[in-house]
Design a binder for this molecule. Structure first.
Ligand SMILES: [Zn+2]
Length: 591
């Protein structure tokens, strides 16, 4: 919550920094008329659609439609939050942020002390691991897991020797044992908390250690892993392991790989998969998703292969969907986790990983496969069971996307819609003998030809159910269709208007041969869902694609107009682009 005094700080900082100068450190800007233009740093583009208005101290990108002021710019470019942006800009402007109350000061000082202590501990463990004889058991363990020194050093892995190694070190250095205890590094009896363990720092996204997770080197130790207790600098559900190392690669590749264990991430890093992170010691939390969302919109989930791992993946899919993040789920085959999978692959790891990632279905599809796993979909009872699981799966997604998912589930399973419709009361309906109905006409063949476009699908549907034209023609105009679909669409529409639902049969002989072919094939093997609702949905998709195409066209025209210094045309195009962007956003929200 920003307090009034922090509002003042925002205003003061904003008055002292120049947005143009801040942007220029990241983007080459060219002045045209009153504004500055450049290539947008937040999306890929070849011609500038990123505009900075120096009078308003605001920026807008016509391509990705991001916009804001100097704080939002710094937030996005530095991948920080509002507070972080304020801090960075305040330093730059020489503005001192608000004075702290004595309690706040105390808290902030204690935080600083803990962080310094954690940093020192990480350095100590790392030193012991690589530079002392006492580090031998740790080196052996890493060797057996094929972790190379170079990789281990990136993660600042260390080793805490038996007994009181760290405590003695602190004493010798005259450092506070109380701080170390508070940071969870010493037990109450003064011995090291992580003695005889390989110690892995859990660092925040800027690389500051906040806690440790530690694996024993002893065979007889029951507790393989132990973790630092939560402190006021470490709340485990808020940290993402490996994010400090992965953030650049996440940006480069456009997605993060989310794993379960620290060693999964470490092994992946060593194998060249450097956009991997782990939720670290907990099931994925809302806070962690929010943190990841600052860096990417897409997660590739690669969890353990067992039942628990698959369930965790499903939960993560739902959690991410709640934050409008896309997910895909990869399954490691023949291994219990990504660590084992990658080690088994050896030198071939990067290639096998690529194949794994390419095959990964979307999170939603993964859930559908899980729902149907072990079932025989030519058995009507099994179909009903699968449909119930799918219904439950879909019901957990945010409401706006449920309808689309229901449609996709229908198409995917070839099951009729009523089986997937949301039912408030399962019990009441379960007695109905609808299983036989499904067996007879609920199952349909999957769409023929994998590369069917949305336009083609719509044409097939209209061939089988021409009455759908009544609704479709109010949704799209022919020029919104792809060129290759336009001719046949117009011809079929005219036929329908002349001859109604039987018109097509009468007039078909007069159609060009390839159009006859398409229609006859649709009649012989109808698309999976011959449903007017589906037709409307397809039409809307076509319309949306067309609008997006037009939007990028206008953006291209806009930069041309800029070059020609045609300010009237620029203004007109800008208005058009804005309106179109709004309409697209509107449609996407509804869809
Ligand atoms: Zn952009």
């Amino acid at each position: 919550m920003p307090t009034p005094s922090s509002d003042d700080a925002f205003a003061e900082v904003k008055a002292k920094v120049d947005l143009v100068k801040v942007v220029q450190e990241h983007v080459r800007l060219t002045k045209r008329n009153k504004d500055f233009w450049g290539l947008c740093p937040f999306h890929q583009e070849d011609s500038p659609s990123f505009k900075v208005n120096p009078q308003m101290q605001s920026w807008y990108c016509f391509g990705c439609e991001r916009s804001g002021d100097v704080f939002t710019f710094v937030e996005l470019i530095e991948k920080t939050d509002k507070r972080g942006a304020l801090q960075l800009l305040a330093e730059r402007a020489g503005v001192e942020l608000k004075k702290l109350s004595p309690e706040q000061k105390e808290r902030s000082d204690s935080r600083k002390r803990l962080l310094a202590m954690l940093k020192l501990a990480a350095q100590f463990y790392e030193y012991v691991l690589w530079s002392t004889p006492a580090g031998e058991p740790g080196r052996r363990l890493l060797g057996s897991r094929q972790v190379k020194e170079e990789t281990a050093r990136r993660f600042q892995i260390g080793y805490d020797p038996a007994g009181r190694g760290f405590a003695d070190y602190l004493r010798a250095k005259k450092r506070s044992l109380a701080d170390a205890q508070e940071a969870g590094l010493l037990r109450r009896d003064g011995t090291d908390f992580f003695a005889e363990r390989v110690v892995i720092p859990i660092r925040d996204e800027r690389g500051q250690p906040l806690a440790f997770t530690a694996r024993t080197v002893r065979q007889d130790e029951q507790r393989k892993y132990i973790n630092s207790p939560e402190t006021h600098v470490y709340v485990k559900g808020r940290v993402i392991f490996g994010l400090d190392l992965a953030r650049d690669d996440i940006a480069r590749r456009g997605h993060a790989v989310l794993m379960e264990g620290q060693f999964d991430v470490i092994t992946a890093y060593g194998a060249g998969i450097q956009n991997a992170v782990a939720s670290s010691g907990t099931a994925l939390t809302d806070d962690q998703v929010r943190l990841l969302k600052r860096f990417t919109d897409e997660l590739l989930l690669v969890f353990d292969a067992d039942r628990a791992g698959r369930q965790a993946a499903q939960k993560a899919v739902l959690l991410a969907a709640g934050h409008q993040m896309r997910t895909r789920v990869a399954t490691v085959e023949g291994a219990k986790d990504p660590d084992e999978f990658l080690r088994a692959a050896g030198d071939d790891a990067a290639k096998q990983w690529e194949q794994l990632a390419t095959k990964a279905p979307s999170g939603f599809e993964f859930g559908m496969e899980e729902a149907a796993a072990g079932l025989n979909l030519s058995n009507a009872n099994h179909v009903e069971l699968a449909a119930r699981r799918l219904r439950e799966w879909i019901a957990q997604f945010p409401t706006p996307i449920q309808e689309e998912y229901r449609e996709r589930a229908k198409r995917w399973m070839g099951v009729s819609g009523h089986l997937l419709a949301a039912e408030p009361d399962e019990r009441r309906n379960s007695g109905r003998p609808n299983a036989t109905k499904v067996g007879k006409n609920g199952l349909a063949t999957p769409p023929a030809g994998k590369k069917m476009t949305v336009g083609r699908y719509l044409l097939q549907l209209l061939a089988v159910r021409p009455v759908a034209f009544d609704r479709v023609r109010t949704k799209i105009t022919p020029d919104e269709l792809d060129e290759e679909d336009r001719g046949i669409y117009v011809r079929m529409l005219e036929t329908y208007e002349r001859g109604g639902v039987f018109g097509l049969e009468k007039e078909l002989a007069g159609y060009p041969a390839e159009e006859q072919d398409l229609i006859r094939r649709a009649w012989a093997a109808p698309p999976p869902n011959v449903d007017e609702e589906v037709a409307v949905e397809l039409a809307e998709r076509i319309r949306l694609d067309h609008m997006k195409g037009r939007h990028s066209g206008i953006i291209r025209e806009l930069s041309e107009a800029e070059r020609g210094k045609d300010s009237e045309r620029v203004a007109r195009l800008e208005a058009e682009a804005r309106e179109l962007a709004r309409a697209i956003a509107d449609m996407e929200r509804r869809g």
